[in-house]
Design a protein around this ligand. Structure first.
Ligand code: FES
Length: 245
């Protein structure tokens, strides 16, 4: 280290460490007044640097996305997709017309896709017309029973009640009872009367046979729709949550 020349700087001396000689300048390694230190880099300004705040923000966004998808996917799928498959077209022989006398509502078990289900049709033959009513409650699907005294249908599960043609009169059912297509044929299989043209019922013979077809649904105005599941309304605001056939 340079020692100076022993004189004070104000007297023209050279201070220690400030030797102007080329040899002294080469030895000095300390900071110079002209050297400016580079500011420390702020790591939070680096987009690739993960801070705790950034990590928690990312977790919150990811969790929100998952929860939103969990809610929206079923709702959209429920609204867009048809949630109830139609039955294949077929005719089931329910027996001779002598089993379904005019003026009465008769009950008959009919097979369906689920052999375990208590599936029955109430065949109402009145005023020259036949109506085949399914015994499946349109609230949650319990089997309804027919009361000949009041000519009404009642559900034992939650108090659903229907009038003589299956329209809701009380309780939670969202639409009238579903019905089956039907037709009456001769022993040779020729059509005598159909649901769309029941006029042939005037000349029906006791030996003619009643055939029961696929079920369908109705709204409160008895307009026909593709078969719906129990609980699916066909009128009102809630019907917009369900696909219409
Ligand atoms: S299932 Fe019939 S009223 Fe609920």
């Amino acid at each position: 280290m340079p020692e100076g020349d022993g004189r004070k700087p104000e007297d023209g001396g050279v201070p220690p460490g400030d030797d102007a000689s080329p040899e002294g300048a080469a030895r000095y390694q300390g900071p110079r007044a002209t050297e400016v230190e580079a500011p420390a880099k702020d790591p939070e300004k680096d987009p690739s640097y993960i801070t705790r705040t950034r990590f928690m923000t990312g977790v919150a966004i990811a969790a929100g996305g998952v929860m939103t998808a969990a809610i929206l996917v079923p709702v959209v799928g429920f609204a867009v997709a048809d949630n109830f498959d139609s039955e294949p077209a077929r005719w089931v022989d329910a027996g001779p017309m002598s089993d379904f006398p005019e003026g009465e509502t008769s009950s008959i078990a009919i097979s369906g896709p689920d052999p375990e289900a208590d599936r029955r049709a109430f065949v109402r033959f009145r005023d020259g017309e036949i109506v085949c009513i399914w015994n499946r409650c349109t609230h949650l699907g319990c089997p309804v029973s027919y009361s000949p005294g009041g000519d009404v249908f009642a559900c034992p599960c939650h108090g659903g009640a229907y009038n003589s043609v299956g329209q809701v009169t009380a309780g939670p059912p969202v639409r009238p009872l579903d019905r089956f297509d039907w037709k009456v044929v001769t022993a040779d299989g020729e059509d005598v009367a159909t649901r769309l043209d029941p006029s042939g019922l005037r000349d029906v013979s006791p030996d003619d046979r009643l055939l029961i077809g696929v079920p369908y649904s109705l709204n409160d105005s008895l307009e026909i729709f593709k078969l719906k599941a129990p609980g699916e309304p066909l009128d009102g605001v809630l019907k917009n949550l369900y696909p219409l056939g």
